[in-house]
Ligand binder design. Structure first.
Ligand code: SAH
Length: 392
């Protein structure tokens, strides 16, 4: 096996179980590993420190284990079984009212570069590293075994998540099964999952608990679900007794999905209308009828250099909501940009609130749910931030 030798003293973060080796920490490599191959990482004085997937870029190794063990069938089986046990322990799996959850959340489950979402009998596997792509069949075999009797279909969806430069000619497709049944359930509500063409793995699994909280505040309110995608927040609001729900997304396909999902849960319900329109245009032209607004935009910053513009984006967006929301209104506002810190986001929202001059109180500070765990040694894994605000 190829061996990565660290520069003297560069093992400190690995000793604290941080799962990445940066290229700058490497002294030399023995052998010529291909991208995605498993390599051993040793200190300057040849002591074993970790084993992981080699990759080309500033993160050179993503650590699979800090124990000197083979990365074989038993390894994948063990890691996936631990992940599944945890989902059962927190009640998102093995739950008759919920069959939608994240089974593997990359570093959060000690499987850097791997995401697996479960939708009923189908698991969608997504590789974010060449290493996980190379091992996709091993992962799928272990997954089928660990989830025997639960998962019958495995869809591999990594066309857009693998490093472009790796040029793997990757196509999406079923590795196991191939069911066309695409209805899944979250907290007793049904929705279609478009794992073939939809964004991410087909649904935003990470808003489950925040949607449930929104349901509690929906009674008799007029709700605007901005950036609705497949309409998740909308059908929770309807179940919660909202007076009316307007869903907005710039993508016509998202609006189709939202309408289908609302129809699936509340057939013929006249309280819901969806609009395919740009968020800023809609916020400019809308009136002041809403007293519950959700702003869940796409990541405004994917890289650190886009941070300034992203914060300006959040400021502008939230300022429009503060300007128009009815007195006594509740605003659910989110950022899913990993590079935007909790403090960055808070400052952007505070500035927007101050611009409106209104009295605003924080009711809740939200984050990602327990099936998107943050590895305590890898704080970078925390990405979803939300504030629930009461606007006088
Ligand atoms: N709230 C959703 C997830 C939102 S994802 C849920 O709970 O599932 C972000 C959405 O924003 C995408 O559906 C994307 O189509 C939409 N979007 C991106 N730019 C937009 C814009 N300028 N105006 C309106 N929608 C936009």
């Amino acid at each position: 096996m190829n061996i990565v030798y660290l520069k003297k003293g560069k093992e400190e973060s690995l000793k604290r179980f941080h799962p990445w080796v940066f290229s700058g920490a490497i002294h030399h490599i023995e052998g010529e590993p291909e991208e995605g191959e498993v390599v051993r990482v040793v200190t300057a004085d040849r002591q074993f420190i970790a084993i992981g997937h080699y990759q080309i870029g500033s993160i050179a190794v993503r650590v699979l284990s800090f124990v000197d063990e083979p990365i074989d069938e038993a390894f994948w089986h063990c890691r996936l079984a631990i992940a599944y046990d945890m989902r059962r322990a927190i009640g998102v799996a093995g739950n008759p009212r919920n069959n939608t959850y994240r089974l593997v959340h990359g570093e959060g489950d000690n499987l850097p570069g791997l995401v697996i979402d479960v939708y009923g009998r189908t698991a969608v596997v997504q590789a974010h590293s060449v290493g996980m792509h190379v091992y996709r069949h091993e992962v799928a075999r272990a997954l089928a075994d660990v989830m025997k009797g639960v998962v019958e279909n495995i869809y591999y969806k990594s066309e857009t998540t693998l490093p472009f430069k790796a040029d793997l000619g990757q196509e999406n497709g079923f590795i196991l099964g191939g069911s066309a049944d695409n209805v899944a359930m979250e907290n007793g509500l049904n929705f279609h999952v478009d794992w073939l063409k939809g964004q991410k793995t087909g649904f935003f699994v990470d808003q489950r608990e925040n949607r449930a909280l929104l349901e509690r505040y929906s009674k008799d309110r007029s709700v605007l679900n901005m950036f609705c995608y497949t309409g998740g927040f909308s059908f929770y609001a309807m179940r919660g007794g909202a007076k009316l729900v307007h869903s907005v997304d710039s993508s016509a396909k998202a609006i189709d999905l939202t309408n289908k999902n609302v129809e699936l849960n509340f057939p013929g319900d006249p309280r819901h209308t969806a609009y395919a329109e740009d968020a800023f245009k809609y916020l400019d032209r809308m009136g002041d009828q809403y007293d519950l607004i959700i702003l869940d935009p796409p990541a405004f910053a994917k890289h650190k250099d886009a941070l300034r513009n992203a914060l300006q984006g959040y400021r502008k967006l939230n300022a429009k909501a503060f300007e128009k929301i009815k007195p006594g209104g509740i605003l659910f506002t989110f950022s899913c940009s990993q590079v935007v810190t909790k403090d960055n986001f808070r400052t952007a929202v505070f500035t927007a609130a101050a611009m409106s001059g209104r009295s605003v109180r924080i009711l809740h500070q939200l984050t990602q749910p327990a099936d998107h765990p943050v590895n305590i040694y890898h704080p970078e894994g925390e990405y979803l931030k939300g504030l629930v605000l009461y606007v006088e």
